[in-house]
Design a protein. Structure first.
Ligand code: BTN
Length: 293
């Protein structure tokens, strides 16, 4: 059974009220008007939001589909989108400097994870854009942007979350998790959609109004991979953090790492100088496996 508009509209005020007690309470979405479009099947909800924007749709326009036939994942991958999952995209007008565009993904994944945690689900973040539950992938974020004069004028944030759809071995769906733990905190797909929308809007709002440092401290607190070992081009290192532009901070444990050519993988962000043994890894250049959260 697909997502039902009336049930979503009924879930919205309940979710707002529940989350008013969470760390998101200072950042309840204000003026966003969620102009909601629901479809049985689409190629991609991100694609449809862009089409609506091209026809004059305003920020807050939201598209949800029961399934996608060409779901888009990060870094040009496909997002398998059978019925039973949540596939949701929203139009935003963030007016962010282009160098900070990845903050849309960081703030959305943080906002959604925080909203789900308010329902006592121990969701963590895997850098840069994964929602993780019990060490397995629960969902992911894909932000797409339109840039004018070095500014992100328009963005589409798309989220896929496993609700009751089948998942690969490295994945998990929320319904099975709740059943296994005899929980029913999120009782419907509509409730999950309301929580997700609230999470995106609050996360982006926090980043735009309070600044990236505030966002990063929340993001790092939920980053499951912090302190874990990782290999960069075969060289061991430890994950120590994430920069304001979304690069992964890795402290190399290789004594003469400075002679190793890691160009192409690592880049230096103008906003933060790496220490001598630290390299910064751009999103999309390495993949943290599901054994290294
Ligand atoms: C990832 O690769 O982890 C991000 C996946 C994002 C998938 C969502 S599903 C809704 C929206 N529409 C798309 O085509 N992709 C995003």
């Amino acid at each position: 059974m697909g997502l039902n508009r009336e049930r979503l509209e009924a879930a919205w005020p309940i979710v707002q009220s529940n989350l008013s007690q969470s760390p998101l309470k200072r950042k309840l979405p204000r003026a966003i008007n969620f102009d909601l479009h629901i479809f049985d099947r689409l190629e991609s909800t991100n694609k449809t939001v862009w089409q609506l924007i091209n026809h004059g749709a305003v920020p807050g326009t939201t598209v949800i589909a029961d399934r996608q036939t060409s779901g888009r994942g990060q870094w040009g991958r496909q997002w398998n989108s059978p019925p039973g999952g949540l596939y949701l995209s929203i139009a935003l007008a963030p007016n962010l400097p282009v160098a900070n565009s990845f903050q849309l993904t960081l703030s959305s994944v943080w906002g959604i994870a925080t909203a789900l945690r308010a329902y006592h689900l121990p969701v963590l973040i895997k850098w840069p854009n994964d929602l993780v539950l019990q060490g397995r992938k629960l969902g992911g974020i894909l932000s797409e942007t339109k840039i004018k004069a070095e500014t992100v004028t328009t963005a589409v944030v798309g989220v896929g979350i496993n609700w009751e759809n089948s998942v690969p071995e490295t994945g998990i769906n929320l319904r099975s998790y709740q059943r296994e733990h005899q929980l029913d905190r999120i009782s419907s797909l509509e409730m999950l959609a309301a929580i997700t929308l609230h999470g995106i809007a609050s996360g982006v709002e926090l980043m735009l109004s309070e600044g990236v440092e505030e966002l990063l401290s929340g993001y790092l607190a939920l980053l499951g991979s912090l302190g874990q070992k990782v290999k960069i081009s075969g060289h061991p290192g430890i994950i120590t953090g994430v920069t304001p532009t979304g690069d992964l901070r890795v402290e190399l444990q290789f004594p003469n790492h400075s002679r190793v050519n890691l160009t192409g993988l690592a880049g230096r962000s103008p906003q933060s100088k790496p220490s001598r043994s630290e390299i910064l890894v751009k999103p999309g250049t390495i993949r943290l496996g599901y054994d290294t959260l």
